[in-house]
Each structure stands twice: as structure tokens, then as C-alpha cells.
Design a protein around this ligand. Structure first.
Ligand SMILES: *Cc1c(COP(=O)(O)O)cnc(C)c1O
Length: 392
């Protein structure tokens, strides 16, 4: 069992204070480094992004904006309005721009949808990304649908449909792949759910991790935006933070019925994208960038799945199957998740996320992000050693 010595305990209590102050999200690596300068952090396996895509974005940014001195324009002038950026995105995802609402990150789309379209009752599957219940209006009742640990948190579509029908909600939220467990609903199953829940006004599908999921050996891109064209009650929410590794620029969008987009834009959200996120959306539309992105996306998926396989070989943990870029792991040797996180951070410089604050998760769970191949090796080595130390 992982135990902390006195010095480690002191640092661990500081880490806990930072975590408490950050609410249901984790303190950023900047905060940790700033407040705990005694730590030497080598790998951030808490934040869920594709590091290869960040490098690619930086290469383009340097070529297009820095070397040409166009960065000045991006900073000096107003970015385009919401509807203009929607036009740009429209070409990348083949959806009419009237159906696209651009957000300052997906988090703003979630907030807008929860405040404006979710009414009396919403069903949220747990464990989940906390904003879907935290941003619910006071007059909205949140009903939880518990994903079953014994079924690896995989959604059982028939029992889900029965549950939803019995509760008669106006909205449901499906995150696919789900955060924090990486559970995935196949495209055909999603279609089954939509076919059976036509009476639900809003079916919110959060696809923030969909670029990491695959249904064929080519890792072809999947998206429910196609389903939106068939089912008008679908609202697709998409963050670009994780797959493109650009959380700092805040780029996200929602695809929804055009009257919903019009309602949101009628009294707000005019210039909610920054110049840098506009630059990103225009880049996303370029075939030279997209071709290279596809390469780093596929490379990252392969490395992430290899990483999960390596983790699965460690006997003291259970690794839940994941179609995202992170794995939910459960500690089986009696160690607590907070001791695991502290020890990994203090002794090995690897920052991981405890899931002790996640509702609907009972047990000792950690979420670990896949990073570059080199960093993944450091993480695996550290975890193996942590349990070895223990026996000695
Ligand atoms: C991270 C995350 C978001 C928020 O993404 P931003 O675009 O950075 O605001 C939304 N939904 C899920 C499921 C996430 O994990």
C-alpha cells in the first residue's frame, strides 16, 4: 500500500488545499508550479490533450503569424463576429453555418445550452464532466443515470432508453467518449438511442474526445454531426481543446437547430472568440494543416492505446477500457487515490488526477492522460516503482 513519509504528507496537504480551491476541476500545472516550487514536475498527465497537435499548431502559428509579423494584426484588431466564424467552421465540418454556435471554448456552449434550452428536467450519466450538473439552472431538476462499474461504465443502451422514457425529461446529456472513464457508444447505438428518444426536446451529445475514438483500423474520424441532420433535437457540443492541444486559445462550438443559434445570438456572444481562436478555425479549414493533423491524430491514438495496454499489465491497478486519450484506473491494493496522486507528483514529478470528487464513482480512482510516447514511458515506470517501493 502506498504510504507517505512526513515530508510528503506536508506537501500533500498543500496539494489538497489547491485542489479544494479549484472546485470540481484540477488546479492547473501553472498554479501547482507557482504555489509548490519545491516540486519538480516532469509530466502533466492530468490535462487531457494531444501534445503532438500542439507542436503542429505552433509550427503553423510561427510560419503564418510570427515570422510574417501578422501576429500584430491578430492582437490589434477585433476578431470576426460569431456568425462569420461559424461560416468558417461550416466549411470544415460540412454543416450549414446557421446551425453553428461558436463558443469561447465548449464550456461556454455548455453554459448557453444549460441556461437557455434545458428546462424542467435533464438526465446526466455519472460519472461525468461536472459542468453538466453544476451549470443547470435552479429550476432544472438533474436526474443521474448511474453507469455501472461492473460493466466497465459502458452505457447499456436499452436500459438507458427505458430509464429516460420512465423519467420523461426535456433534455439528456451524452458525452461520447465519456469523461472520466473513456466509455464509448458506437455510432449505430447512438442512432438507436436517437430513434427511440424522439420525444426528448434536447439530446445533448458532447464530442470533445471523439477525435480519439475509432471504429475501424484506419482510425477514421467519427462524428454525430451527421446525425444532427437527421434528428433535429440533437445538440452536438465540441471542444477543440483536447484533440488539437490548444486549451489556452478557447475554441469550441455547438451544432444545433437554427432557431436555437438565432436565439443565443440575438442578445449576446458577438465577439466571444479571440483572434487566436479565429486563426485556429481558419487553419482547421486548410487542407495542408488538416492532412498533417490527421497524421498526428492517428499517431497519438496508436501511442495512447499502447500506453493503456502497458498500464493494464500492472497488477495493482485495473484499467478501464477507453476510447478517449485518458484512462480511468482503479487502485486494487488498498492504496488511496490521494496518496497515489501525491506520491506520483512528489517523488516522480508526474501529475495525475484523483477522481475522489466525481459523483457516481465509489472506490479509489485516478484518471491518467496519455502524453507523448516518451512521457508515457516515464508514467508507466513511475507507477511500477510506486508499487515496488511499497513492498520493500
Ligand atoms: C474539457 C471538456 C470540455 C470543455 O472544453 P473547452 O473547450 O476547453 O471549454 C467540455 N466537455 C467535456 C466533456 C470536457 O472534458
Amino acid at each position: 500500500m502506498i504510504k507517505l513519509n512526513l515530508d510528503e504528507q506536508k506537501i500533500a496537504s498543500k496539494i489538497k488545499r489547491l485542489k479544494d480551491a479549484a472546485g470540481s476541476h484540477s488546479p492547473s500545472i501553472f498554479t501547482i508550479c507557482e504555489k509548490l516550487s519545491e516540486l519538480n514536475i516532469k509530466v502533466d498527465a492530468c490535462f487531457l490533450s494531444n501534445p503532438y497537435a500542439t507542436e503542429l499548431f505552433l509550427d503553423y502559428l510561427k510560419k503564418d503569424l510570427i515570422d510574417t509579423n501578422k501576429l500584430k494584426d491578430v492582437l490589434e484588431f477585433y476578431p470576426s463576429q460569431n456568425g462569420v466564424i461559424a461560416d468558417v467552421i461550416s466549411k470544415s465540418i460540412d454543416v450549414d453555418s446557421k446551425n453553428i454556435f461558436v463558443g469561447n471554448g465548449a464550456i461556454e456552449v455548455i453554459q448557453a445550452v444549460m441556461h437557455n434550452f434545458v428546462e424542467k428536467r435533464v438526465i446526466v450519466n455519472i460519472p461525468t464532466f461536472s459542468s453538466y450538473y453544476e451549470f443547470a439552472r435552479e429550476d432544472t431538476e438533474v436526474i443521474y443515470y448511474q453507469l455501472n462499474k461492473d460493466e466497465n461504465f459502458k452505457l447499456d443502451i436499452q436500459s438507458y432508453v427505458n430509464f429516460v422514457k420512465s423519467k420523461n425529461p426535456d433534455s439528456v446529456v451524452i458525452i461520447n467518449p465519456n469523461n472520466p472513464d473513456g466509455g464509448y457508444i458506437e455510432y449505430k447505438d447512438l442512432r438507436f438511442i436517437l430513434n427511440n428518444l424522439k420525444e426528448v426536446k434536447n439530446i445533448i451529445i458532447d464530442e470533445s474526445f471523439i477525435h480519439f475514438a475509432f471504429e475501424d483500423s484506419e482510425y477514421s474520424l467519427i462524428s454525430a454531426t451527421e446525425l444532427f441532420k437527421e434528428f433535429s433535437n440533437v445538440i452536438v457540443i465540441k471542444s477543440l481543446s483536447k484533440d488539437f492541444g490548444i486549451a489556452g486559445i478557447r475554441a469550441g462550438y455547438g451544432v444545433m437547430d437554427q432557431y436555437k443559434v438565432a436565439k443565443l445570438l440575438k442578445n449576446g456572444y458577438l465577439w466571444n472568440s479571440s483572434g487566436l481562436s479565429e486563426y485556429f478555425f481558419r487553419l482547421y479549414n486548410r487542407s495542408d494543416f488538416f492532412k498533417e493533423y490527421e497524421e498526428v491524430r492517428k499517431k497519438y491514438i496508436a501511442h495512447a492505446q499502447e500506453f493503456f495496454d502497458e498500464l493494464s499489465k500492472i497488477p495493482q491497478i485495473k484499467v478501464y477500457p477507453s476510447m478517449a486519450n485518458f484512462a480511468l484506473i482503479e487502485l486494487l491494493d488498498g492504496s488511496t487515490s490521494s496518496n497515489f496522486v501525491s506520491k506520483m507528483l512528489i517523488k516522480y514529478g508526474v501529475y495525475t488526477r484523483t477522481c475522489s470528487d466525481k459523483i457516481g464513482l465509489n472506490g479509489e480512482f485516478i484518471r491518467i492522460a496519455a502524453r507523448s510516447q516518451k512521457e508515457n514511458e516515464i508514467i508507466v515506470k513511475a507507477i511500477k516503482e510506486i508499487f515496488k517501493d511499497d513492498i520493500a
